[in-house]
Design a protein around this ligand. Structure first.
Ligand code: OAD
Length: 241
């Protein structure tokens, strides 16, 4: 079992305000591949082709074929003990704020309410003309690329490289980071900004910064505590569920 300090257990036990930022690593044990690990989604080419507005403009069918496959894969995955521990902690601590870079919906499926979605939602589509967004959970999609009732192309309602984060989400996340007394950075490579700035911000405002990951990251030197281990193993122990 991963080592957890008495100080951290004490801080959590005293009900100090907690915020958490999760990344792809928390869903790894649910069977969702991460982005940057071997066998993950991204190499340089796929990133530019599949996760930029330019890639979508060049070949919407290719981008949608990939997202359709990803939606299919994720819809067959269930939340793991890490997602469930965070959901249960949130129910017992109304101050707790959960911020995620993930688009897989597994925090909500685990029962977490009010999750701050920094990078959008894999199961929402957005009209490229009207800008309106709606839920669409159909897998597979009946038409690739899908179209809006107005005739325009739909796009996945996710944030691509070079795009601005959803209005309000980053503001909520920075507020939560600033107010937190304990900040947990869980299963993220801490490479993609602005999300990666949140742990640094929390620490600057006095939070005890904890990183939970299977390996060290660029954030590790800044962390007050690094807990090396899989999130699904560490979080139930840490959060007492
Ligand atoms: P990455 O794939 O960059 O990093 C996943 C992290 O999870 C790595 O640091 C792994 O060591 C760690 N990890 C793997 N398995 C784990 C486990 N079982 N328990 C704990 N940690 C584990 O994913 P993100 O940091 O989430 O953005 O990537 C950030 C963003 O880059 C994503 O939201 C996505 C991507 O491009 C968009 O699509 C906009």
């Amino acid at each position: 079992m991963a080592a957890i300090s008495a100080r951290l257990r004490d801080l959590l036990g005293r009900g100090r305000r907690v915020a958490a930022l999760t990344g792809a690593g928390i869903s790894a044990e649910s069977g969702v591949p991460t982005f940057r690990s071997p066998g993950g989604f991204w190499d340089n080419e796929s990133l530019l082709d599949l996760a930029t507005p330019q890639g979508f403009a060049r070949d919407p069918r290719r981008v949608w074929a990939w997202y359709d496959a990803r939606r299919r894969q994720v819809s067959g995955c269930a939340p793991n003990a890490g997602h469930l521990a965070l959901a249960s902690f949130g129910r017992n601590h109304p101050d707790f704020r959960l911020i995620t870079q993930n688009v897989d919906g597994l925090h909500a499926a685990a029962g977490s309410a009010g999750v701050i979605l920094l990078h959008g939602d894999l199961f929402r589509v957005r009209c490229t003309e009207e800008g309106t967004s709606r839920e669409d959970r159909r897998v597979p999609l009946p038409e690739i690329p899908p179209r809006c009732a107005c005739g325009a192309l739909l796009r996945p309602d996710v944030v691509w490289f070079g795009e601005v984060l959803p209005e309000g989400a980053m503001q909520e996340a920075t507020g939560a980071a600033r107010r937190s007394k304990v900040f947990l950075s869980i299963g993220t490579s801490a490479l993609v900004y602005p999300a990666a700035a949140l742990p640094e911000l929390a620490k600057r405002h006095g939070a005890y910064l904890v990183e939970i990951n299977v390996e060290e990251t660029p954030l590790s030197p800044l962390a007050d505590e690094l807990i090396l281990g899989p999130a699904a193993g560490v979080l139930p122990d840490l959060l007492g569920t």
